[in-house]
Design a protein around this ligand. Structure first.
Ligand SMILES: [Zn+2]
Length: 538
């Protein structure tokens, strides 16, 4: 009863607060377009309905999967429904894969369901049926001869390759409730376990193999040795969250096991309790690579059609959850911004484009390909706005080292309603964020590209690339705010009498005191079979 009353109270407060939020805008000028944009974006938002389809019904949008293809179809159709021209542009191909049901149970020393996620592009269990075997951990091995000998014992077994976590509570909870000495002790144990875990991998590969390559080398050797499955753990440092990336092995199915369940299996194996698991992993790879696309929507400029304002967000996601905040919210921000623009500013001065990129998670492939294939957009780019960091309101706008275009950014921000900008921090011309998302594909050319950034730490901990990046995490008030803001910024940039300059500022020095160079462009990897080109420093 007490809970019922509390929920009733929350509901009443929420309902009462809604109209007040929508009505409280403080415009800084009499500009009627901005007022219409507020109404269309905040009061008549389509984001909740669109999010339900994109995040829940289509779900994960991993490159090369039917989910990505469905998202491409859906977003093209959304644009059509809004009366906006949009088309898919094939930029290359990627390995095709689809996942079926996956489940793993512990069968000894007792029975328990385990929380697992199949890593991307993992092979299935044979005939998509169950396999069962003993769980083992990699022991301390003296040298490569000992490693070879041990590999002779793992056929038919399930091998845990990652170091376990000593505790799966969020660190901030531990810091809040435990004694400082306890926190320090656990942190030291954690560092030691990671060090030992890495040391156990060393005998499997030549000395000085980099860490990433080392994990891959070990998994390839286990694969050849005939293991029935590989268990990994990439804990994301919070309650119930793991990061879910791609598999290395070509024959043995590879799963991420939740922090808690991984620790359980690891302790049972280490203490010789003979744990066993039964794994069923259904998946299917396509015989050939499948096409990958960017979807590009366009509202033609009336006065300066060869100058462009670009709204940018990647459409693909990882697959451990449904990519709600990486990058469902960015996708919806730009799609909804285009709807708002079409309704309130249908004849823009400059051409406004929305780019929904594929393959961002595999190295910003789609946006790099677009920049390579569209030199006319690069040369005519007034500005690009990219969003790719989760839900919450946009709070940080950085000039990315553009000496003069930063001032244009400040000018555009100054036109927005106070409710939208009061919590925004401008860093002009700013330090440069030269990695991490699609803005870099433009920044490197160098064309003015800015990020619409939200509050970061909780995103990194809980939803970014994790098994918990789901619909319920979206804060719709913030998504509406961001979509409306993107539309308003695009409007201001399109109307700006001044063309943005590409003058560059001297970037802040590196931590070692050396000058920081402007980044150079990577080359778009047009197929999975193509070797990735390393990004060079200039
Ligand atoms: Zn992303």
């Amino acid at each position: 009863m007490r809970y019922l009353n509390r929920f009733a109270l929350i509901a009443a407060v929420t309902l009462a607060a809604q109209p007040a939020t929508a009505a409280a805008q403080t415009f800084r000028s009499a500009d009627s377009v901005l007022r219409k944009m507020w109404t269309a974006g905040i009061e008549q938002s389509k984001t909740e309905a669109m999010a339900q389809v994109l995040i829940d019904s289509i779900g994960p949008r991993l490159s090369g999967t039917p989910g990505f293809a469905a998202a491409v179809d859906w977003i093209e159709n959304q644009y059509k429904a809004f009366g906006i021209t949009a088309k898919r542009e094939q930029y290359g191909t990627w390995r095709g894969w689809k996942q079926g049901t996956v489940h793993m149970e512990m069968t000894a020393p007792r029975v328990q369901n385990l929380e697992v996620e199949l890593l991307a592009w993992s092979p299935p269990t044979p005939k998509n049926g169950p396999v069962e075997g003993e769980v083992v951990v990699i022991p301390e091995l003296a040298d490569s001869a000992a490693a070879k000998q041990w590999l002779g014992t793992v056929k038919g077994k399930f091998v845990l390759v990652s170091p376990p976590e000593i505790m799966c509570r969020a660190p901030q909870e531990l810091e809040r409730f435990a004694r400082a000495a306890t926190v320090a002790k656990i942190n030291a144990q954690r560092v030691e376990i990671q060090r030992l875990g890495l040391a156990r991998l060393r005998p499997f590969a030549p000395a000085n193999t980099p860490v990433q390559a080392l994990a891959r080398a070990v998994q390839m050797r286990l694969d050849s040795a005939g293991v029935i499955g590989i268990g990994t753990l990439t804990w994301s440092g919070g309650w119930g969250v793991d990061k879910i990336f791609g598999a290395n092995a070509e024959r043995a199915p590879t799963v991420d096991i939740s922090c808690e369940d991984y620790g359980l299996l690891h302790r049972l194996a280490t203490n010789k309790w003979g744990p066993r698991v039964r794994l069923t992993a259904e998946s299917q790879a396509t015989p050939a690579e499948v096409p990958m696309f960017d979807v590009v929507a366009r509202i033609e400029g009336k006065e300066l059609p060869n100058e462009y304002v670009l709204l940018s967000a990647h459409l693909d996601s990882w697959h451990g959850a449904t990519g709600a905040t990486d990058n469902g919210t960015g996708t919806l921000t730009m799609l909804e911004a285009m709807r708002i623009l079409k309704e309130t500013y249908p004849n823009p001065r400059r051409t406004i484009i929305a780019g929904h990129w594929g393959g961002e998670e595999q190295g910003t492939i789609g946006s790099l390909a677009f920049a390579e294939d569209h030199p006319e957009v690069i040369s005519g780019l007034q500005v690009a706005f990219n969003q790719d960091n989760g839900t919450w309101r946009v709070e940080i706008l950085e000039g990315q080292g553009f000496l003069k275009a930063s001032a244009n950014l400040a000018k555009w921000v100054a036109q927005l309603p106070a409710e939208m900008t009061d919590s925004v921090r401008l860093q002009l011309p700013g330090p440069q964020a030269n990695s991490g998302s699609d803005h870099t594909s433009f920044l490197c050319r160098p064309a003015p590209a800015f990020r619409l950034q939200s509050s970061y730490s909780e995103y990194r901990q809980y939803t970014w690339h994790t098994n918990r990046d789901t619909y319920d995490k979206i804060v719709f008030d913030d998504l509406k705010n961001n979509a409306t803001m993107a539309a308003m910024l695009a409007y201001a940039a399109s109307e700006d009498p001044e063309r943005t300059s590409r003058d560059l500022s001297t970037l802040p020095a590196l931590p070692n005191g050396n000058p920081r160079a402007w980044p150079t462009c990577g080359k778009a990897r047009r197929s999975y079979s193509e070797t990735p080109a390393p990004r060079r420093a200039r």
